[in-house]
Design a protein around this ligand. Structure first.
Ligand code: SF4
Length: 384
């Protein structure tokens, strides 16, 4: 098995200082639970070290990994190195929040072999950050980027959010504000950018606020304008739009860990709410800290649910996931892996999409154009 196909390891750090208004991820704000978390996480690693012995990506996400500080991050990464064999060229990523960074934590991360950081800036506009319920300012985003660079990291990703409700009902103001934030992000020359459209997650403060307010999220036309303009601006600046929400300065800086989710490479997720996949089976941990800790205290894998995917389900997933990437689908590899000849069975439909300018067909590969990425799920449904 070459390094590219080794499983990835995701560690969910379920702590935040407070909840952002739009966030549907599982996290707790009671930091006194951290010692219990560290102990349980190490116990969970031992339960999987045989099944996932060798890995080539490690991703600390959350939640807010940077809330842990240098010593706790060291405990976690030391435990990972003891329990798993990590490929020499592994990608090791940690998500950071601009408000939590210290120079000491950054030095520790460097010393521990972390080679990729993603910074949850979300915006360079203080009013937008306040609307989202973030607990940092645009100035702290700038300072954090400079601190990351000063610590010697040369692989930095910035996360940004667009498509907020228009202040005063003027969509043009919000749109121009987004482009200004994007321009500020570009001025720092990050190696990677993730640009997410704001979506309403059930049971979040933002969903409750908007339900009672005249404000609304952009309609389909405006959403498409945000998407296409973002893609055009970033590609004009030299970035490759390689997945619906993701841009890299070159192919080597595409997120290797996330690509495992998109191409059915196995991955192990540890921590409350984390998901795992072994090639055919997917399982997930409870979105409940006490249930997760309790199972591990009893020496059990803390699994809340699982599904075994049939070949047909895997085939359909591969279609949906593949059409979210600019690489698209290699029909020969698809036929070998999933036993379905897209060229023979869907050739006419692929030709229709190509004539409409939504996919580009090139021999045995077809891939979404920029306009096709706007409606990637529609393309997959059309071809399913
Ligand atoms: S968006 Fe990030 S920092 Fe905010 S509550 Fe969610 S996980 Fe925590």
């Amino acid at each position: 098995m070459n390094s590219e196909n080794l499983p990835g390891l995701y560690l969910h750090i379920p702590f935040c200082r407070g909840k952002c208004a739009y966030c549907g991820f599982y996290s707790r704000t009671d930091l006194s639970l951290i010692p219990d978390f560290l102990k349980s996480l190490r116990a969970e690693m031992t339960l999987y070290r045989e099944a996932f012995s060798r890995i080539d990506t490690v991703y600390l996400g959350g939640g807010t990994p940077s809330i842990l500080g240098a010593s706790h991050l060291e405990v976690i990464l030391d435990a990972v190195r003891r329990q798993f064999v990590i490929a020499d060229d592994a990608e090791i990523t940690v998500e950071l929040n601009p408000g939590d960074l210290t120079a000491r934590a950054l030095r520790t991360l460097r010393a521990l072999g972390v080679n990729r950081l993603t910074l949850g800036c979300q915006s360079f506009d203080d009013a937008v950050l306040a609307f989202l319920g973030r607990r940092h300012s645009a100035g702290q985003c700038r300072d954090a980027i400079l601190a990351v660079r000063a610590a010697g990291f040369d692989d930095l990703g910035l996360d940004l959010i667009y498509g907020l409700p228009a202040p005063g009902g003027d969509p043009g103001t919000a749109f121009r504000g987004w482009l200004a934030s994007l321009q500020t992000a570009l001025s720092f020359q990050p190696e990677h950018l993730s640009c997410y459209q704001l979506t309403l997650e059930a049971d979040t403060p933002l969903a409750a606020t908007l339900a009672l307010s005249p404000l609304s999220l952009p309609d389909d036309d405006l959403s498409a304008r945000y998407f296409l303009t973002t893609s055009e601006r970033l590609e004009a600046a030299g970035y490759r739009h390689y997945e619906v929400s993701n841009f890299a300065c070159d192919d080597d800086h595409r997120a290797r860990h996330n690509r495992k989710y998109w191409d059915h490479t196995p991955y192990l997720g540890l921590g409350p709410s984390a998901h795992s996949f072994d090639g055919t089976r997917r399982w997930w941990n409870p979105r409940d800290f006490d249930a997760w800790v309790g199972a591990l205290r009893d020496g059990m894998r803390p699994i809340a649910g699982e599904e075994i995917l049939t070949l047909d389900q895997l085939r359909l997933e591969a279609l949906f996931l593949g059409l979210r990437t600019r690489e698209g689908i290699d029909m020969e590899a698809y036929r070998k892996r999933y036993g379905f000849d897209l060229c023979a069975e869907r050739g006419d439909k692929i030709a229709q999409l190509a004539a409409a300018g939504l996919v580009r067909a090139d021999g045995y590969r077809f891939s979404p154009t920029r306009r096709g990425l706007v409606c990637a799920d529609f393309l997959a449904r059309f071809l399913s």
